[in-house]
Design a protein around this ligand. Structure first.
Ligand code: FPP
Length: 254
């Protein structure tokens, strides 16, 4: 059954999720939301206008994912490498979670969405952490879509930290090298409570992973589109899901 989410704001011209033939809905969809800057530049706007518009796409896709019954939606909102950007842009990006949640948290709660954050907290400004934590705490008992923001997230750092923790356990005699396996590694990743993404979407025509969930994406289906993130709509999301349903996943088997 299709749940009606943020129903009063649904546009009439959008194809409904149930009008599509979807063979398989992925449990976990991860998205590299790319192209905000280029979208803005193409319109003669400052880059931050692209990020602001990208926030609206976050809402559209959250609704679409929830409508379809996707269980986990992970969005790459800020990477550990994004600190290299001009300070004004970083400051703007750090305010987005607060802005988004001020407007949307009530509806996220009403719609049983659980907000989570995946990333290194210590470097984030207090106002960013406070907004995320409020949302995480207020939605902790919700059982619907898990909306997971990857914020100050970097996959290599996450894996290096995991290896360090495992090495320390070996040094302290808590673990034998021969007992180290995939599950042991996964226990130390920031994504430890999530299943691996079934589907990765990247917008804007770039064909890279950009240090995003490198361990977790080992067997994920990848779907790329030239569309810039601010113009990514539920229609594109449904297209990706339909394509996912047509692919046969073999996990290295036949
Ligand atoms: C990449 O585009 C996008 C980002 C680094 C930021 C993504 C953030 C959002 C879409 C908004 C997040 C919203 C919430 C609610 C946290 P880019 O700037 O690298 O684009 P470009 O490659 O065209 O320059």
């Amino acid at each position: 059954m299709i749940k009606r989410f943020w129903g009063k704001q649904r546009r009439e011209d959008v194809p409904s999720a149930d009008s599509l033939t979807l063979q398989h809905v992925p449990e976990h969809v991860a998205i590299i939301m790319d192209g905000n800057g280029r979208w803005a530049k193409g319109r003669g706007l400052p880059r931050v206008a692209g990020h602001h518009s990208g926030m609206k796409a976050v809402k559209r896709v959250t609704i679409a994912a929830n409508d379809l019954g996707v269980k986990y939606l992970t969005l790459y909102a800020f990477s550990t490498e994004n600190w290299k950007r001009p300070k004004a842009e970083v400051d703007f990006l750090m305010k987005l979670p607060q802005q988004f949640l001020e407007i949307e948290l009530e509806e996220l709660i009403e719609n049983n969405v659980q907000v989570r954050m995946m990333g290194y907290r210590s470097e984030l400004p207090p106002h960013t952490i406070a907004a995320m934590e409020e949302a995480v705490v207020k939605t902790a008992n919700n059982t619907g879509l898990v909306l997971n923001f990857a914020l100050n997230y970097g996959s290599r750092a996450e894996m290096v930290d995991a290896v360090r923790a495992i090495a320390a356990d070996v040094r302290d005699g808590k673990l034998k090298p021969e007992d180290i396996d995939d599950a042991e590694m996964e226990r130390h990743l920031l994504s430890t409570t999530l299943p691996d993404p079934d589907l990765l979407i990247r917008t804007s025509g770039e064909l890279r992973l950009s240090n995003f969930m490198l361990w977790q994406l080992a067997y994920s289906e990848l779907w790329f589109t030239d569309v810039y993130w601010p113009e990514f709509t539920e229609k594109h999301f449904y297209e990706a899901i339909a394509e996912y349903g047509r692919r046969a996943r073999r996990y290295g088997g036949l």
